[in-house]
Design a protein around this ligand. Sequence first.
Ligand SMILES: [Zn+2]
Ligand SMILES: [Zn+2]
Length: 536
Amino acid sequence: MTDGAIKTTRAQRLAMPLAREVVQDLAVEHGACIRPVQLRRTNLDTGDVEQVLVPCGHTLASVCPSCAERARTLRAAQCREGWHLEHEPVTDPDPATEDQRWWIQTRADAQALRDQAASAGQDIGDLDELVTELDDEITNAGMRGKVLPARPARRHRSTKRRQDAPDLPRRKVRSRTVGKTYTAPDGKTFRPSMFLTLTCPSYGRVRDDGTPADPGSYDYGRAARDALHFAALFDRFMQNLRRFLGYDVQYFAAIEPQRRLAPHIHIAMRGTVSRAELRRVLAATYHQVWWPSTSAVRFDGDERPVWDEHGCTYVDPYTGEVLPTWDQALDAIGSEDEPWHVARFGDRFDAQGVLPGSKDSARCIGYLTKYLTKQVADCHQASTDAEQAHTARFADALRFEPCSPLCANWLRYGIQPKNARPGLIPGACKGKAHTRDHLGYAGRRVLVSRKWSGKTLADHRADRKNWLLATLGVSATDPGRYTWEPVAPGDPDHMEHSRRLLHAVADRARWRAALMEARRRAAEQLEPESAIGKVA
Ligand SMILES: [Zn+2]
Ligand SMILES: [Zn+2]
């Protein structure tokens, strides 16, 4: 032992921070990704090979705080940009290129050949395969959508309004998407927009912590179904709002749970609607779910339908009777039957006008993006016994509720799920909605209408990158000059995670210093001008 070394006790050693954890903390502090992905970049002109670390891009803070925060600020930018637009966003697609037109022509020829062969009773396996490959090429060539509808036509059900739904005047929806301007007495014009919060109805009185005052009478079943169909209900609401207001209302919306674990939705809406009008639209909005009845449990516990290999179908384990298929069960719903579920919003809503660039606007964007880096279930931690019991009861209610036509739970009610396959067990459906992470809502957390900012998230990301490059005074690298490939763990140049993390911290620190320097320089250049401005 050298003289310089100091002997430490075990307790002292345990109190010393773990070097690797400090690296990770530092990475988070600098905003560096803590799970950087290693790519090998080859310069095609010079043959030089470089190792490049790219951020993992995860949106959950529990996985990567830095990437999640970047994703959140990107959403905030998207929200801000669309909320108070003064001009219609340009969403006209570019004209098709020569290349794109060629692929479509080839696809058309293949379809003609295939249909000809099919009507002649010939084998069309190869032609179908060709058609699928061509469809992929069409996507690769930068065209949106498919040339043919993917699914067979949806079955049509009567969507006649229920008696108890108040009627809503319908206007022709014009293509306008920007809100109206108002002129104040002093001649100033302004274009307000709205921040709305819509909630689910009451399932029973709740305390301040969101737990039911009387858990026995709290309607967990209804709460579960409303959560499962929340996104569809919101869709219906927007449809009604557009018809009622007569223009193509645009929105940026975020779905998150309330303390009582029911979802609610914050909506940044372009343009305005009065509270009275909003109340009318909400009262008229409902979403009917026409699913087979689940009022009678036919198989419970260990009793469950068995898969018949020969018939590729589920049968009753005792009688061998083939259970009705999904389509048969749907067809059995009679005209006198009630819908399986009718989802509605609650009476309580919140609506406020917001002016562009105001403090309110910034605060609302904060609300809209606050919980985006968390799983639904992590937004409110159940800490007390009452909260934990409430979460458990809600999870129980979700367990046997069918989440979709494909759900294994249909077997419990003696119905084969759509696309039935072996191995389905009621109560063990793999659908996300049943898991505690999702609390019944498995859809996307952010819903943005198509003409919100006229840009995709990728466009907003590119905007940010361009701004950065411009600030730093760097020109973008020409993507055509490089090839990129992922580095696999067995490769000689593979860096293990802890080394990658060290590099990520160093890269980020250098980059931040460069950005600060660029800003300082920009400020210096601006100063003389503003000084002149003051004198004048
Ligand atoms: Zn990351
Ligand atoms: Zn399910």
